[in-house]
Design a binder for this molecule. Structure first.
Ligand code: UD1
Length: 421
């Protein structure tokens, strides 16, 4: 795959961009195939390298995988030859691999999953996943970089209170509890739309779940699950990213297939910095209010419904050209400012103090050779490149393929001068 993106900045964008199915929802839904002997069909599945990685993982566990790219349809069905080992070679590519742990334990009573380890944005432990699955009756040992889980007979429903909200731990626990004996009450769970999507699909498979989207979820375990087809919710992070593309390039663009209701805090912040996002029946439009300059604001990343950490880097690119000083505080991950040195290379004025980034807006960003370090960092550099003076060269761009379907094509169709070599 070509490793660099080149962007000639300063072009006005105009046109329509379709929003794809949510990467994070897909990665959470795909392990549901392990929970049933019947087929699971997912629709609106984006073509992304993270989806390919999860497919490889499921295949290695004995799942039959069939993805039809033209129809964005993914068929998954467990074969009779189940394996229980999630190998490090796959898990190290993607932390979401840990999401097979709950389903394997719930249906087969055993699982060996490589520890995901740290990543560019922080240590990202899995203690909450293990704590909750242990409460349901699983027993764990850690050996040679692998977590080995076993269940005596069947998981047993119970009450679990999470000390803080974790999207992944919530998902893993829900997937395990749907096949547990009896009732499970989960307190202080994540409320993200991707968790609601997971529960919607699980309910269509015959699970009994109440309270998704709230802080408490109650699950009544069932013996087995049914065949189903489910359409993946739209990608709110991709939507937010393209909204910032329109805003930073001072352009009028339209986005189809999106839903601003899943991004209220973000849309509210954009309004405050001078960008109007308007949802009609057919599309979402983005434009600067009175074509004025971007204003500064302060951002705190929080669990849903707060400002999403996955839009923090993109928002920083926008605020780097705002009038005045903005502060972004990253409350979810301890090391999610990898894009800052790269934005500084492009002329941004940003200082980091612990978990805060202080952004003093500059008149102009200037093109520079920069390097992508993770998924959202890489797209923040693309956004900066859209408005920077000159030709921005972004290296290590494979990160962007993890989560942005056809991003070059989508931006090119709106008039951006962006190429991949
Ligand atoms: C998911 C998303 C990711 C997003 C993140 C926060 C997927 C595939 N990924 O990641 O894009 O940035 O939510 O919205 O959906 N933590 C622990 N112990 C645990 C689990 C988490 O300490 O057992 C910590 C993490 O290190 C982090 C915080 O909790 O600081 C939140 O992480 P979590 O919500 O679990 O994120 P992921 O599910 O990994």
């Amino acid at each position: 795959m070509k490793e660099k993106i080149f962007i000639e900045g300063g072009k006005k964008l105009s046109g329509t961009i379709p929003i794809s199915g949510a990467k994070n929802s897909c990665l959470t839904l795909m392990p549901l195939s392990l929970l049933s002997e019947h087929a699971l069909t997912l629709k609106n599945v984006p073509s992304l390298s993270d989806v390919d990685t999860m497919n490889s993982l499921l295949k290695s566990l004995g799942c039959l995988v069939n993805y039809t790219k033209s129809e964005k349809r993914l068929n998954l069905k467990m074969s009779d030859q189940t394996l229980f080992l999630a190998d490090y070679e796959i898990v190290k590519k993607m932390r979401a691999s840990i999401l097979v742990l709950g389903p394997l334990l719930a249906r087969f009573g055993q699982a060996i999953v490589a520890l995901p380890g740290g990543c560019a944005i922080g240590a990202r432990p899995i203690n909450l996943h293990l704590m909750a699955l242990e409460a349901l009756g699983a027993r764990f040992s850690i050996e040679n970089g692998y977590v080995k889980g076993k269940v005596g007979s069947r998981l047993k429903g119970c009450k679990i209170e999470f000390p803080f909200k974790s999207v992944g731990a919530t998902a893993n626990t829900i997937m395990a509890a749907v096949l547990a004996k009896g009732s499970t009450k989960l307190l202080n769970v994540a409320r993200e739309p991707e968790i609601i999507d997971l529960c919607k699909c699980l309910k269509a498979m015959g699970s009994k779940i109440e309270g998704e989207g709230e802080s408490t979820i109650i699950i009544e375990g069932v013996d087995s699950l049914l065949e189903t087809a489910h359409s993946v919710v739209m990608d709110r992070i991709e939507l937010g990213t393209f909204i910032i593309a329109g805003a930073i390039a001072d352009s009028d663009i339209k986005l189809t297939g999106g839903n601003t209701a899943l991004l209220e805090k973000f849309i509210d912040k954009l309004y405050r910095v001078g960008v109007e996002v308007h949802q009609t029946k057919d599309y979402i439009s983005v434009k600067r209010i009175n074509s004025s300059a971007i204003k500064s604001t302060n951002i705190l990343t929080e669990p849903f419904p707060g400002f999403p950490t996955d839009l923090q880097a993109q928002m920083m690119a926008l605020l780097s050209i705002a009038e005045g000083v903005s502060i972004i505080e990253e409350k979810i991950f301890e090391n999610r400012f990898m894009h800052v040195p790269e934005l500084i290379r492009m002329g941004a004025n940003i200082e980091i103090e612990g978990r805060k980034a202080i952004i003093s807006g500059v008149d102009k960003l200037k093109a520079a050779p920069v390097k992508a370090t993770d998924l959202r960092a890489s797209v923040s550099l693309v956004l900066a490149g859209l408005v920077a003076e000159g030709n921005t060269e972004i290296d290590k761009i494979h990160h962007i393929d993890r989560g942005y379907e056809d991003i070059i094509e989508k931006l090119t169709a709106c008039g951006a001068d962006i190429r991949r070599h």
